[in-house]
Write a protein that binds this ligand. Structure first.
Ligand SMILES: [Fe+2]
Ligand SMILES: [Fe+2]
Length: 432
């Protein structure tokens, strides 16, 4: 007599192990994309993208983290996330860092890499089982929504940038993006099956490096020192209107912190691993929100971009230095005013400036998180280098020295220029 069984045809395409293998691939792809986006932040001149890409990379980091946790659940008790057969995709995503210009990188994101992830997630959800693999559904649906939104945001801005780009640069970007797509197609895309092995063409000669001199948007007033007190401690921080302006210009100038946090994420990604990347992604995003806070306030008071100084001196001070000092810079410069922030909140409240009050209040909450990131990761790097993880004295000293050195290079023309810019801003605001 033959045995007969109940059929099992409707669900069960992927078993637990297959699911973990696929989600691990998606995690690795998201992680590589987060690192690439962070590394490009200093190299992107366009102000909107410099402050929007951080949100995009933070979303990707949130998705990557959810994927990673899910893989651990499915593979319990193993916590190994091997690259294994996904090496081809890792090679491709590393290759994608070597875009010939910022427009090419952003176009690669919007036309090749983000759509590939989006398709991968949509295909996964079509075939996976919502009962057995329910927890994956929630975050992957969110990731799909975010990817659609990211692509829309990127396309909106890219079209505008392309219209102003040199034809030769535009051509280079288009050509390179086409090649990237061909390489991805050759690997079989990002999907539910393992990619094919990458050929030698995906092995760039030297590793990508984030820019040490940040690219900046020409529509702003680009300077090294963004307010007279950077170079002249006698110039008052001020009260009333002057304090409102100084605070907004400070926030806007956290653009250096966005670039620097991107650089730091990129530089320590391999050494410190995923948990660091995850914290740093949030750090980058927060600094971009602080930058936008200042920008939006100044715009609402009637200032145009060309009137607004965007400085580089803190970022510049780290040029050629070990990236540990960039991490130190982010920690010290961002946390040194934390005690004053709550006073400022009260100050703005008394001026009835709810916008500045609100921004400073939220900024304060972010800064308390950043202080813990700074301590945690500075200690981790120091420990890895065989130093006392609780002693930041040397880091702090070097950060102060290199910044002071940059300040000493301010020319009389630069000082006169920033005093003039600040005075014009104050005069315009006073006449409103
Ligand atoms: Fe900040
Ligand atoms: Fe911060």
């Amino acid at each position: 007599m033959t045995m007969s069984f109940l059929p099992g045809v409707h669900r069960g395409k992927y078993m637990r192990y297959d699911t973990a293998v696929i989600l691990k691939r998606f995690y690795l792809c998201e992680k590589m994309t987060v690192i690439a986006q962070a590394g490009w932040l200093p190299g992107i001149p366009y102000f909107e993208m410099k402050t929007l890409l951080p949100k995009i990379l933070w979303e990707d980091a949130m998705t990557a983290n959810a994927l990673r946790e899910r893989v651990f659940e499915l593979r319990f008790p193993s916590r190994i996330l091997e690259v294994g057969e996904d090496q081809g995709l890792i090679d491709l995503l590393e290759y994608a860092r070597h875009a010939p210009n910022a427009l090419a990188f952003l176009t690669a994101l919007s036309k090749v890499l983000k759509p590939a992830m989006l398709r991968a997630y949509e295909t996964y959800l079509e075939l996976a089982d919502e009962i057995g693999d329910g927890p994956t559904y929630r975050f992957m649906k969110l990731a799909i929504d975010e990817k659609y939104q990211q692509i829309e945001t990127l396309n909106q801005h890219i079209d505008r940038y392309a219209a102003h780009e040199e034809p030769a640069e535009l051509e280079r970007a288009e050509q390179w993006v086409k090649e990237l797509q061909t390489h991805l197609d050759r690997l079989g895309g990002i999907g539910l099956d393992s990619p094919k092995a990458a050929g030698a063409e995906l092995k760039p000669g030297k590793p990508f490096e984030p820019l040490e001199v940040p690219a900046r948007d020409q529509k702003f007033c680009n300077v090294r020192f963004y307010w007279p007190d950077n170079v002249d401690p006698a110039f008052p921080y001020g009260s009333g209107i002057q304090l409102q302006l100084r605070s907004a210009v400070s926030h806007l100038n956290e653009v250096w912190a966005v670039e620097n946090a991107g650089h730091v994420l990129y530089s320590f990604a391999d050494e410190l691993g995923w948990e660091f990347i995850y914290d740093a992604a949030r750090w980058v995003y927060d600094e971009s929100r602080h930058c936008r806070m200042g920008y939006e306030r100044l715009k609402s008071w009637g200032f145009a971009e060309h009137e607004l100084p965007l400085g580089t001196y803190i970022y510049d001070s780290c040029k050629g230095q070990d990236p540990i000092y960039r991490l130190g810079m982010l920690f010290y410069f961002e946390s040194k005013n934390i005690g004053k922030k709550l006073d400022r909140v009260k100050n703005f409240e008394s001026m009835n400036d709810r916008m500045s009050q609100h921004d400073m209040d939220f900024d304060w909450a972010d800064e308390t998180i950043h202080t813990s990131y700074g301590k945690k990761w500075l200690s981790a790097v120091l420990e890895r280098r065989g130093k006392n993880p609780d002693d930041y004295t040397e880091i702090k000293d070097v950060c102060e020295q290199i910044t002071a050195k940059t300040v000493q290079t301010a020319t009389p023309e630069e000082i006169a220029q920033i005093i003039d810019i600040a005075n014009k801003i104050i005069a315009k605001a006073s006449s409103l």
